[in-house]
Design a protein around this ligand. Structure first.
Ligand SMILES: [Zn+2]
Length: 298
């Protein structure tokens, strides 16, 4: 006789358990593509983003994965320290008025300042990095500060950093066909007296600290050229201000710097005065041309 009891009972004996699934960790590690802008093959999504989101500190337009990774790298992947650095930076952005600077800063005194303290972007190195050049040789602190102020020089620096991230890097990435995340800086010390350098050193320190604390891991190459022997003394003063990662990227070269620079920068992209062949003829010269992938007009 058939058993009339309904068979759909919750108390029915459970079927034999299926074999345990194989560990999935190795598959997960290679399952997802790297986030946009990430070039490090060892990248793993950090809990930093999640923490920021949960705590209400996440700002999507400024905290993409590439940016979070820069802050993590700067703190050797210590999430607590990286978060602290990022939140300090957010506070600084408010205090310094970065959004206002991005929108409205106008460096009207640029041409005059360039006579004493040229600072400009010019084309790209062999890896596609925008080249940034600073020359301290003509610095006359008294004349400089009669034209501008240290505060305005810092605002200009921040304005340039923001433009570097929002427009120069994307244009360079597009132009070379892979993500470009850092700059190649040339600091020319030709003709700088120790006295003049000392007078401008508080600005240089402030600029270095803005760079490493607020725009970390954006320095790819840094060449200090025409460094006088007295610079060793100055270097000893600067060095403790910089972190180890930064120090290791800096090459200090004397007056025979050309061949070393040309290993990193194509001749046609390096201004003539540094041993290259570019003079941006018809564009007012390399200092003012703003030539590079970010500028279709040049
Ligand atoms: Zn040029």
């Amino acid at each position: 006789m058939a058993d009339p009891t309904p068979t759909t009972t919750a108390a029915a004996p459970t079927p034999a358990p299926a074999p345990a699934p194989a560990p999935t960790a190795p598959q997960q590690a290679s399952a997802s593509a790297l986030p946009e802008g990430i070039t490090d093959p060892n990248y793993t999504p950090p809990p930093l983003k999640k923490e920021l989101q949960e705590e209400g500190h996440f700002v999507p337009e400024r905290m993409d994965d590439a940016t979070l990774l820069r802050f993590l790298r700067a703190r050797k992947f210590d999430v607590v320290k990286a978060k602290e650095m990022l939140l300090n930076c957010e506070q600084w952005r408010k205090d310094f008025g970065v959004d206002e600077i991005v929108k409205n800063f106008d460096f009207k005194e640029k041409d005059q300042v360039n006579q004493y303290y040229p600072q400009y972007y010019h084309k790209t190195d062999i890896d596609g990095r925008p080249i940034y050049i600073e020359q301290l040789g003509n610095i006359d602190v008294k004349a400089l500060y009669s034209i501008t102020t240290q505060e305005r020089l810092k605002q200009r620096l921040v304005h340039e950093y923001e433009k570097f991230l929002s427009s120069r890097l994307p244009a360079c990435s597009k132009s070379i066909g892979h993500p470009v995340e850092t700059s190649c800086t040339i600091l020319d010390l030709s003709g700088v007296s120790l006295k003049a350098f000392y007078k401008v050193s508080d600005y240089v320190m402030a600029a270095a600290s803005i760079g490493q604390d607020r725009y970390p891991e954006t320095m790819g190459k840094f060449y200090i050229i025409n460094a006088p022997w007295t610079f060793t003394t100055v270097w000893m003063v600067i060095k403790p201000w910089l972190d180890e990662v930064t120090v290791n990227k800096i090459k200090i070269l004397g007056s025979n710097y050309q061949s070393e620079l040309l290993q990193q920068i194509g001749k046609e992209n390096l201004p003539k005065e540094f041993g290259g062949s570019c003079d941006c003829k018809g564009l007012g010269g390399c200092m003012v041309s703003d030539a590079g992938p970010w500028n279709p007009a040049a």
